[in-house]
Design a protein around this ligand. Structure first.
Ligand code: UD1
Ligand code: MG
Length: 453
């Protein structure tokens, strides 16, 4: 089947009322990626010549998120059949296959789409292929009505079905492959004299049969056709996605101590022999190389962690953090837009932002890069092998040279040369016996006051 013969039409004009959202339903994220993009990424595996998306409200939102598809507006939602009919002018003459998908069904596998296309070409007269499934609870899905020979005769919507039809377990997923040479001619024949007063795409089955075409059914699993209509469905889809990512990670040689408490994004990359403790979140854009340990309760986003490094517990790696090989990031450390070379240690209670730190530098507990003056951000550079004492404030822009030392509690506002020592804090004074004298004097005063009362 040559790829140029496939046109994909994705329906997404429904109002999505049950989401109760200002964001278009198909743009809600699963694993940090919009529902629609999950579907589009799979569709790209079919290499369709064209992909059209039918939208109603929220056209601009969808167009911004999917600049790679052609958008067709269905101003009035008169049903799934009407939605496909609205693509007629955009599609023009086309004699290949048309695959109709739903924008809110993100996980339909490529293999299922391919099976539908293969079924369309199994016999020369097959004009239409319906994707069916057998849900545990058939609920309000359309039912696939078979004739005496077991062939698909028609689809009846739940609203229009009688008790006998409602007892059918084989349901309509809504997705179809149709012979493009006939699609719009058949759609012209649809009527809306049904319980919903809509033009049902499902009625194409009966039309195709009347015109002497064969109609085939491909069956998918309930998980394959999981649709998102509500926030609860979204949470369910997220759970599915996470379960899949966890399994993939473990299959690829990652240890997850408590898989169910680790959250992945669509693009998380973990190397071999990475170990992830409980309650870790990988927000989008994270790559972790081989042999890294991510300890409990850490949050990573837009970050690269290089081989053999150790992160956490309770670490926060924000976008632009690049953690060098064998480096150690300890508890309550936040790193943003900073490159740490191999072997750097930031072990406790620090904020490192807009910085570069050379190999093997040691950043003491409580060190802060003061990178922001309320308007602009400034850079801190720390050379290889430098030692920054605890509770240092590095007021950027500032450079600490290679091998330099900074005394604890310093506020560093000027550059420190290589191998120098900088101490920037009040000099310590001492008075022998002062504390004892002070205590005795104050105690005596207090006793005096009591007497007076
Ligand atoms: C549809 C099917 C039903 C199937 C069910 C599976 C029809 C008539 N019924 O029912 O057999 O079991 O899906 O979930 O096709 N849409 C538009 N424009 C419209 C109407 C809908 O673009 O005018 C889009 C929606 O955004 C959605 C899809 O089409 O992506 C399905 O619409 P929905 O209203 O959910 O159809 P159902 O009535 O559930
Ligand atoms: Mg629906």
């Amino acid at each position: 089947m040559p790829a140029q013969d496939i046109t994909a039409i994705i329906l997404a004009a429904g109002k999505g009322t049950r989401m109760k959202s200002d964001l278009h339903k198909v743009l809600h994220p699963i694993g940090g990626k919009p529902i629609l993009r999950h579907l589009l990424d799979t569709v790209s595996g079919l290499a369709p010549a064209r992909t059209l998306l039918v939208v109603g409200m929220g056209r601009d939102q969808v167009a911004a998120a999917a600049p790679d598809v052609e958008i067709v507006t269905q101003a009035e939602q008169l049903g799934t059949g009407h939605a496909v009919l609205e693509t007629r002018d955009a599609v023009g003459p086309h004699t290949g296959d048309v695959i109709v998908l739903y924008g809110d069904v993100p996980f339909i596998p490529l293999s299922v789409m391919q099976a539908m296309i293969a079924a369309r070409h199994a016999t020369p007269d097959t004009g239409l292929v319906v994707l069916g499934f057998r849900p545990a609870d058939p609920g309000r899905y359309g039912r696939l009505v078979q004739d005496a020979d077991g062939a698909l005769e028609r689809i009846v919507e739940y609203k229009d079905a009688n008790a006998e039809e409602r007892a059918i377990g084989l349901c309509n997923s809504g997705m179809m492959v149709i012979d493009g040479a006939h699609l719009y001619g058949w759609l012209d024949q649809l009527e809306n004299d049904n319980a919903a007063g809509e033009y049902y795409l499902t009625d194409l089955v009966a039309v195709a049969r009347q015109e002497g075409h064969g109609v085939a059914v491909v069956e998918a699993t309930e998980d394959d056709v999981l649709g998102v209509n509500s926030r609860a469905d979204l949470a369910l889809a997220e759970r599915f996605f996470q379960a899949k990512k966890r399994q993939e990670a473990m299959d690829a040689g990652v240890t997850l101590t408590d898989p169910d408490s680790v959250y992945f994004s669509h693009d998380t990359v973990l190397g071999r022999d990475v170990s992830v403790e409980p309650n870790v979140v990988f927000a989008p854009g994270v790559t972790v190389e081989d042999g890294v340990t991510i300890k409990a309760f850490s949050h990573l986003e837009g970050t690269t962690v290089r081989a053999g490094a150790s992160v956490g517990p309770f670490a926060r790696l924000r976008p632009g953090a690049d953690i060098g090989a064998g480096a150690k990031i300890g508890n309550f450390v936040e790193i943003k837009k900073a490159t740490l070379d191999a072997g750097v240690k930031v072990s406790h209670l620090s904020y490192i932002g807009d910085a570069t730190i050379g190999a093997d530098a040691n950043i003491g507990a409580g060190t802060i890069t003061c990178n922001y003056d309320g308007f602009l951000k400034f850079q801190t550079t720390i050379g290889a092998g430098a030692f920054i004492g605890s509770n240092t404030a590095l007021v950027a822009p500032v450079n600490v040279g290679a091998g330099a030392m900074v005394g604890a509690g310093s506020v560093i506002t000027a550059d420190v040369p290589d191998d120098a020592l900088a101490v920037a804090r009040g000099r310590q004074e001492g008075r022998e016996g002062f504390a004892k004298t002070f205590r005795e004097r104050q105690a005596a005063k207090k006793a005096e006051q009591k007497k007076g009362n």
